[in-house]
Design a protein around this ligand. Sequence first.
Ligand code: GDP
Length: 344
Amino acid sequence: MKKALITGITGQDGSYLAELLLNKGYAVHGLVRRASAYNRTRIDHLRTDENLANGRLVLHYGELNDLTSFHRLLHKIEPNEIYHLAGQSHVGLSFEIPEVTCLENGMATLHLLEAMREMKTDVRLYLAGSSEIFGAPQAGPQTELTPLDPRNPYGAAKAFAFNLGKIYRESHGLYVANGILYNHESPHRGENFVTRKISMAAARWAGGQKAPLELGNLDGCRDWGYAAEYVEGMWRMLQAENGADFVLATGVLTTVREFARAAYAAIGVELEFAGAGPTEVGRCARTREIVVTVSPRFYRPVDATHLLGDATKAREVLGWSPQTAATDLAKLMVETDVARVGAH
Ligand code: GDP
């Protein structure tokens, strides 16, 4: 039985990946942080599903920056594959907590690479890279060969990790796959991301809590894909003969405004937008109620507008391609949240 270690198993991607690997027959070890608040809600369903996990899902307390305990854990588990997903995952927040962001997203990766180098096994490593390494490009789409030009602490830390992954692959012969993932969302996304913020607001609206949703830059746009499909790409990267860099993306840009339109359409509210900048509002076409407003509080110091990925290499080498468009994703997320809100 293959053994996988997932750092960040309690996050959005970690939970989808754990499910995928359990379904593929792996023993899955997850690294979890000790926290005073309960932080395992995304994987509870896996742990209680005896048919699926059947003793093959094991959680370990640990921190990548706690070197001695992490080494001990690696030697104990002896994984075949490591998926390094842990870290501070929010771009906006990285301006507020740059040091934590760099320690978790940058230095922790170096610790992991050093540990692998020292172990001298043929373990394969997936590094969760991000389109934010490209910064605010003037044009798209970007490929694995696009120069790095990060514009926020999150992107800088991810660029550091990406470069080190390449260096350890080339200099020390380690098997390292760098995923360059564009935004990928799901009903497991945190509410500090705009897609989930919108889907939850639409679900609450449908449930009768008709508070206007305050958003930032409605012209902000992203290449949004479905997280459940992106974890399949991660797994495929580690099945390839050699470690390499791969972009996973849809190749389509959608604005926050269009995402919101699709989300509210899923609850039968047709949005009409009028005005510009901070005075723009989105109203229900039928009732004229204000559904969306703009608050500069949510503006970014720098907001990338052309982060658009070209996943040709992943398609050709891994046979991976995205299936869910952003507007379908909005509908899927709202429907899940409507069921959740209704259940409370
Ligand atoms: P990320 O910045 O790509 O990691 O993802 P986010 O979901 O945080 O932001 C995506 C886009 O939505 C960016 O262009 C934001 O400027 C824009 N945006 C507009 N309103 C909001 C908001 O209320 N919250 C967040 N998080 N982003 C917003």
